[in-house]
Design a protein around this ligand. Structure first.
Ligand code: HEM
Length: 402
């Protein structure tokens, strides 16, 4: 499909355009296992990048690359997504990164998260389930997982409900920029103007939301510039909305295809947190990110040359057999060993507590409202797909209203 056809489709159906971007790879894990065994530090790429390419696959190496900012820099983001989003926290290093992170972290404090659960997150999930409850069947990707993270962000940011459709369309175009550059750039500009109006409004009349927190955040007399706030808000779309949509779909797919584990979680809700962690490990929603070697670096007997792009394969690290027995199995009862889906080190995901909270609430709403929920594939062949971004194409289910 060419760019304009994709753009037209994105207008009509943001879901199809986003889903198509993941690509057709069904199961990258055998290839990851091969690489861990034979080429753990590999000269080559799983991503589409023009420079010299290397990739790391074992847990220890992935963890080391994330933690060693001096030798593996994230500044390359400024030349990739930074060109669209503006300078973001992801491409910052050292003390500017720390200071910036402290300022924005303020907006995601524990106290706010506790409030958001009853105020927005649960109501948003219930409202979406209300829309299908009478039907007795639904595609849970379309009905729930694709919808709720963007609706939650709208609430958290304090945007007017009337703007939801416009905001959703721009968000999906921005996230889908790899498929349609022009629509992505235009969406980025439109979001900049839109967010600037929201920022100005909060300066004249403070509100109780994340944009207000970003406008007023101050650490040691330093405040965020408007440009930094706008860039951060745009980053929340690929960083917070897309990942949560994919990870919650993955978890539901894994539970629906392992009915005995679904039944166990339904019966004992204290298993929900470990089911979420095992879902993130077994089906990592974002399998790879990039770093850049600032110097020649030796890893596993190989020398990665200065200037090389290094693919950091979290999807492979999460299946490292030196850390997990039978890593390809989905087993919510396995001994709990931390995975690396949220990265590690200075850039470890800032939204991981929110992502976990959103997923917990969405799963509990599904369990509370949909009795006997079961996959009903028909001719739809639901499956998880994608090499870098992974999530299910659809989750057709039948159920009874509980
Ligand atoms: C399951 C869902 C999520 C996954 C798997 C995920 C994964 C990640 C990963 C791997 C990184 C590090 C990227 C790198 O260093 O190259 C990251 C960073 C980040 N994430 Fe998440 N994320 C998720 C949800 C969220 C949510 C809900 C938010 C906020 C609303 C968020 C905000 C961020 C931000 C702001 C950063 C940049 C942190 C920094 O550079 O210091 N993420 N995330």
């Amino acid at each position: 499909m060419d760019g304009s056809a994709k753009a037209a489709e994105a207008e009509d159906s943001p879901f199809e355009a986003m889903d198509a971007l993941a690509g057709d790879t069904r199961d990258p894990y055998p290839e990851f296992a091969e690489k861990r065994k034979h080429d753990p530090v590999w000269r080559g790429t799983l991503m589409d990048h023009p420079d010299e390419q290397w990739a790391v696959f074992r847990y220890e190496d992935v963890s080391r690359v994330f933690r060693d900012q001096k030798q593996f820099s994230s500044e390359g983001y400024n030349e990739t997504i930074g060109l669209v989003l503006g300078p973001t926290i992801l491409g910052m290093m050292g003390s500017p990164h720390r200071e910036h992170r402290n300022l924005v972290a303020h907006a995601f404090k524990e106290r706010s998260l506790q409030r958001w659960e009853p105020e927005f997150i649960a109501p948003v999930c219930h409202q979406l389930i209300d829309g299908v409850i009478e039907e007795g069947r639904a595609d849970l990707v379309r009905a729930l997982t694709f919808e709720f993270p963007v609706r939650v962000i709208v609430k958290i940011l304090g945007l007017p409900s009337d703007d939801l459709d416009m905001f959703k369309r721009l968000s999906m175009q921005l996230i889908g920029i790899a498929g349609d550059m022009e629509a992505g750039f235009n969406a980025s500009l439109a979001l900049k103007e839109y967010f600037q109006v929201q920022i100005d409004a909060r300066r004249s009349k403070p509100t109780d939301d994340v944009i207000n927190d970003l406008v007023t955040a101050e650490v040691d007399g330093e405040k965020l510039t408007d440009e930094a706030i706008v860039s951060f808000l745009r980053l929340l779309l690929p960083a917070g909305v897309e990942t949560t949509y994919r990870s919650s779909g993955n978890l539901l797919y894994l539970l629906l295809t392992h009915p005995e584990q679904l039944a166990a979680v339904r019966q004992d809700r204290s298993l929900v947190p470990q089911a979420i962690e095992e879902g993130l490990r077994r089906e990592t929603p974002l399998t790879n990110v990039a770093r850049f070697a600032t110097t020649d670096v030796e890893l596993c007997g190989q020398t990665i040359p200065k200037g090389a792009t290094v693919g950091v394969c979290m999807g492979s690290a999460n299946h490292d057999e030196s850390r997990w027995d039978d890593p390809e199995a989905f087993d919510i009862l396995r001994p709990q060993v931390p995975h690396i889906s949220f990265a590690a080190g200075p850039h470890v995901c800032l939204g991981m507590h929110l992502a976990r909270l959103e997923t917990r609430v969405a799963l509990n709403v599904v369990l509370d409202r949909l009795a006997d929920v079961a996959l009903d594939p028909g001719d739809r062949d639901p499956h998880i797909r994608g090499m870098i971004f992974r999530s299910p194409t659809s989750l057709p289910v039948t159920f009874r209203a509980a």
